[in-house]
Design a protein around this ligand. Structure first.
Ligand SMILES: [Zn+2]
Length: 54
């Protein structure tokens, strides 16, 4: 069973599911999202507080 959960993000431009990637291969989690449709790239700061409730 995989414990690694990949977050899903949708493109703010065309609302399609973006592809999650890691900016560094050593990154603990996916922090970059690419839209294959329009090429939009979103980066998430790794220091983002994880409150758990959203
Ligand atoms: Zn897009």
């Amino acid at each position: 069973m995989t414990d690694q959960r990949i977050p899903i993000k949708t493109c703010p431009v065309c609302s399609v599911a973006m592809v999650a990637e890691k900016s560094n291969k050593d990154a603990p989690r996916h922090d970059t999202f690419n839209c294959l449709r329009c090429g939009c790239i979103i980066s998430i700061t790794p220091s983002e507080p994880d409150s758990g409730d959203d």
